[in-house]
Design a protein. Structure first.
Length: 343
């Protein structure tokens, strides 16, 4: 039961607004990755880094630091200052948006706490989400640091950690907002629980998202531009691994194998999401069922189109954006199945 000063609906709307910012962050992150902009800023300055270079001397200094890393020396040798400013812009926007999200969460949380507007039992969860957001910033720099020495790109393992953490935060924000919306409708409402079926669906989807992150991190989308075959010219359906080693090493490092797994595990995820949507519809929540079906349907079409256009940047960004919507719709459905009847 809520205390007299609690404002669950206001908190829910705030969390959904923050979730929208995280969704935007996922889109900007996709653009940053696809434009190879992520290593353009070689230092992590949480406060002073908010301000971009303002003078010609500042730009030259930032460019000089970029010229010292392997990506420039081995791939972008001879890049113009104008081209550098372009990739710098996207990484700077990505980091700035991260700071904005931090403030958009921390300051209202403090205000709600001072006003004693947080319903009983929700403060620890909100603080945990705040801490997870702070951790995400650290993970982001940990990812960037992996590409500054001895390699020309960031570690795809670290990129996957960064992306999946962002999507987990998005899921946590949406789930908590739905709990608070239910509490606003009924002061006796209890937080929804994760059912065994929902956990299974989440695991299937998480595997697909993981291989999607690996695909992005290794540019594995370029491994094949044919669909459903891996190579239409030779009629090849199965991938031809480009490296040797243990099965695990090949599975998590070979672009051709990763592309193949991401391409076809998607249909396992579709089956799981269809079953989720059917259960959601059966309990009377047709809008959530439609959201699940629509999001994964569009995502499948975007995935195929991205492959067949040699990773067209617009389609690839849309593919990542709709992937976040699939997560949000799935969380909505899982929350519906986990609602507890009130006495």
């Amino acid at each position: 039961m809520t205390q007299p000063l609690a404002r669950p609906n206001a908190l829910a709307n705030w969390l959904l607004a923050v979730a929208s910012l995280v969704f935007l962050m996922v889109i900007v992150g996709g653009i940053t990755r696809l434009t190879e902009s992520g290593l353009s800023i070689t230092e992590w300055k949480p406060i002073t880094g908010t301000i971009p270079p303002l003078t010609e001397a500042d730009w030259q200094e930032a460019f000089r630091k970029y010229q010292q890393i392997p990506e420039y020396q081995l791939i972008n040798q001879g890049m113009s200052l104008a081209d550098f400013k372009f990739i710098f812009f996207w990484e700077w926007v990505h980091r700035l948006l991260g700071r904005v999200i931090g403030l958009a969460f921390a300051l209202p949380l403090l205000w709600f706490a001072v006003k004693r507007a947080i319903p009983q039992g929700y403060a620890p969860r909100l603080v945990a989400l705040l801490a997870l957001g702070g951790l995400q910033g650290t993970i982001g720099w940990w990812m960037v640091a992996s590409g500054l020495v001895d390699r020309t790109d960031v570690s795809h393992y670290r990129l996957a950690t960064h992306l999946l953490t962002a999507l987990f935060i998005l899921a946590g924000l949406v789930w908590t907002a739905l709990d608070l919306k239910a509490l606003a409708r009924d002061p006796k409402a209890q937080p929804a629980r994760l059912t065994g079926f929902s956990i299974a669906v989440a695991i299937v989807l998480a595997i697909q998202l993981l291989f999607g992150a690996y695909t992005a991190g290794l540019n594995a989308g370029l491994a094949s531009s044919d669909w459903p075959l891996m190579n239409a010219a030779t009629g090849t359906f199965l991938p031809q691994p480009s490296m040797e080693g243990s099965a695990f090493h090949v599975l998590t490092n070979d672009p051709f194998v990763i592309h193949f797994v991401h391409r076809w595990w998607a249909w396992v995820a579709v089956i799981a999401l269809v079953l989720l949507a059917r259960r959601v519809k059966a309990v009377g929540a047709r809008p959530a069922s439609i959201a699940i079906h629509s999001s994964f349907g569009i995502q499948i079409l975007l995935g195929i189109a991205t492959v067949m256009t040699h990773v067209n940047i617009t389609l690839a960004v849309l593919h990542q954006a709709v992937g976040a919507l699939v997560v949000a719709a799935t969380v909505w459905g899982m929350h519906i199945l986990g609602r507890r009847p009130t006495e």
